[in-house]
Write a protein that binds this ligand. Structure first.
Ligand SMILES: [Zn+2]
Length: 352
């Protein structure tokens, strides 16, 4: 994903060094322009020291709320890290994909693998998205998604425990819980695991060509297919998880590039179930991620991401020890708990 407004070459240290300067800028600029890096210095950071799940979340309503098993989600992250670096086109990613498909099938879901040849700056690469659908009472679709590739680094071993691993682990566990709950959802859900979110070139915008950018290969491919199948209108909302497992969990609102009511639905719900310390009212600003191709087609979309306060982003240190089962559970449970609210809003306003 692409941070904003700084360049991707910035290290977290450089970001922190610039933070004081940004505080001054904050006095003169609209909030959105300073958000991504400015988060490093916000006073509310104190709550992130050693997160534990809220002692006794109080459900927003009395109907049984679906919740995941944080240990199972963590185990999915551990498995992915064990496969090693997983850049698009690698045999390690192929093994990861087999693992994802095997898990989805074991939940009773009909998982499909959609392969294509992607043109990249380092030549053609075979890529594949994994999709599983859980039919609901309505054929209108809500997409829950993650990328499962990791960024290619030659200078160090990058295993992407948080960046790629965490969201994939959380999404698998959400799929299990939803598919095996015995409750038919009101809307149809698709669990989509995107290949090729990461750029092959060092930075997000380095290798832009007229054919497209060097990133978000899987999500762009998926949306192109939605268009070809005339399914854009059927997809009512898209929720993307990206870097959601940090043990010092702290998620800001990606307001510039996410649909406002979807942010509110998830953040309000998170607060209601006792997770307000982790879903905070700061701005998280990222200029690119897998939800953008959907937004570009008018599909309402939300990116849940911890970027500016994750200091191991695209670093060798993005390893399993940075991930906690509790963080995975907090994020997945908050999203699951917000789905009734999202469904209600979508069903009240049928697709045009
Ligand atoms: Zn990344």
């Amino acid at each position: 994903m692409k941070p904003s407004p700084s360049s991707d070459t910035d290290t977290p240290r450089a970001k922190r060094a610039r933070a004081a300067h940004l505080l001054l800028l904050a006095l003169t600029l609209p909030l959105g322009f300073i958000a991504c890096t400015g988060n490093d210095t916000k006073p509310g950071n104190a709550g992130a020291g050693s997160p534990t799940p809220a002692a006794s979340p109080t459900p927003a309503n009395t109907s049984a709320r679906l919740t995941i098993d944080g240990a199972r989600a963590f185990e999915h992250v551990r498995k992915q890290v064990e496969f090693g670096p997983r850049p698009a086109g690698s045999s390690e990613l192929a093994r990861t994909r087999e693992y994802i498909v095997g898990e989805l099938k074991s939940y009773g879901l009909n998982a499909t693998v959609d392969e294509w040849q992607a043109k990249t700056p380092i030549g053609e690469r075979k890529m594949a998205n994994v999709v599983a659908e859980l039919p609901g009472e309505s054929s209108d679709v809500v997409i829950l998604s993650s990328h499962y590739d990791t960024k290619l680094f030659k200078e160090f071993r990058f295993v992407g425990a948080n960046d790629g691993g965490s969201s994939t682990g959380a999404l698998l566990e959400m799929a299990r819980v939803m598919a095996t709950s015995g409750q038919k959802p009101r809307l149809t859900y698709r669990f989509v695991f995107f290949d090729g979110e990461e750029a092959f070139c060092a930075n997000w915008e380095d290798c832009q060509t007229p054919e497209g950018p060097d990133n978000t290969y899987g999500s762009r491919h998926y949306v192109k297919q939605l268009k070809e199948k005339n399914e854009i209108k059927r997809v009512r909302a898209m929720i993307l998880l990206d870097m959601v497992g940090y043990k010092n969990l702290e998620l800001g609102r990606n307001e510039v590039l996410s649909t406002r009511w979807l942010i509110d639905a998830v953040w309000d719900t998170a607060k209601e179930i006792g997770y307000g310390d982790y879903f905070i009212d700061e701005i998280e600003h990222c200029d690119g991620d897998d939800h953008v191709p959907f937004l570009n087609e008018g599909i309402e979309a939300l990116d849940i991401i911890q970027l500016s306060s994750y200091e191991y982003w695209h670093e060798e240190g993005d390893t399993l020890d940075k991930i906690s089962p509790q963080s995975l559970k907090i994020v997945a449970d908050a999203v699951l708990a917000s789905l009734p609210r999202i469904e209600q809003r979508l069903l009240a306003k049928p697709a045009s």
